[in-house]
Ligand binder design. Sequence first.
Ligand SMILES: Cc1cc2nc3c(=O)[nH]c(=O)nc-3n(C[C@H](O)[C@H](O)[C@H](O)COP(=O)(O)O)c2cc1C
Length: 343
Amino acid sequence: MTPEAWDYLQGGAEDEITLAENVAAFRRRRFVPRVLVDVASANTAATLLGTRVGLPIGVAPVAAQGLADPDGEVATARAAAESGALFCLSTVSSRSIEEVASAVPDAPRWFQLYVNEDRRFTRRLVERAEAGGFRAIVLTVDLPVLGYREREKRRGWELDVRLGNFEGEAGRAAREEGEEEGAVDLDRLLDMRSVAMTWDIVGALRGWTSLPLVVKGILSGDDARLAVERGIDAVWVSNHGGRQLDRSIASLDALGTVAAAVDGRAEVYVDGGLRRGSDALVARALGARAAFTGRPFVAALGAGGEAGVRRAFAILREELERAMALLGTPTLDHVRPEHLAPG
Ligand SMILES: Cc1cc2nc3c(=O)[nH]c(=O)nc-3n(C[C@H](O)[C@H](O)[C@H](O)COP(=O)(O)O)c2cc1C
């Protein structure tokens, strides 16, 4: 891929402190293995919102995967499906909801939602996802404004790639508003900032869909409690991979507090900095049912397309299975907080 695309896909906000810290937080943790446990058949399966998956590592929503490979999200989703993993599609994907749905009709997949000020457009995205067999809506809440991604600014780069979910939408919005075709500018629909959004959005979403709701971008115990009080089904601990507020706490460091606040009333996931299969065990020991990652999969997509992402999954699975055997945890349910050294 071009150096510009690489910087967009791999970069973070400002000084990239949080980007580095996410990885460092995983690397700091130390295992306390147990021995003489029968680990003859390590089983990496997990259940996420009622869906059985073969791996506790899913594909986080990453925009514009057409930058890495012409097949974009279709290739990533196919590789995830073949690897038994969950795929989460971004609102700002290169390939549309419908294209991904028809590429992997039977595979577990979730849809990540950015809320646009045009609520009819937002609602239609949710309805399209539900019609396309996506099994949960992942509401991203950490983008009131866009983080300052200095690597991109330095290059003077702007996102210029196909964004499948928006095709035809500006014309449709214009017709609905009785305006001249073209009067509703695509840029307005593409505006992902949710500057005035509050917890009230959860009620609106519940009115639009019966799918489970996941709230992505939680770092504080207080917000986790608010999410649970609003009836959210799962809390996804994330700092957007260090692309929003630089100096935000590493998501792994926030996980314990969030998991304690949720206290079993919703599922908890984490992303940001996972780079090895064994990292999924760290996440599990700290209270996450599953972990997600973004950059490793888009790097793999750029390097080898669908086969590249399959290979990334194979490496992660192999690392995870080996670590489970060495840790003395034949299933993910065996992983306890005591498998990590305190502190
Ligand atoms: C290039 C890029 C684009 C992203 N686009 C989105 C997006 O459209 N929606 C979203 O909720 N998160 C988005 N994220 C954040 C990821 O879902 C995830 O939180 C992050 O990548 C996790 O960190 P990791 O890449 O270190 O694993 C994006 C991340 C990257 C790197």
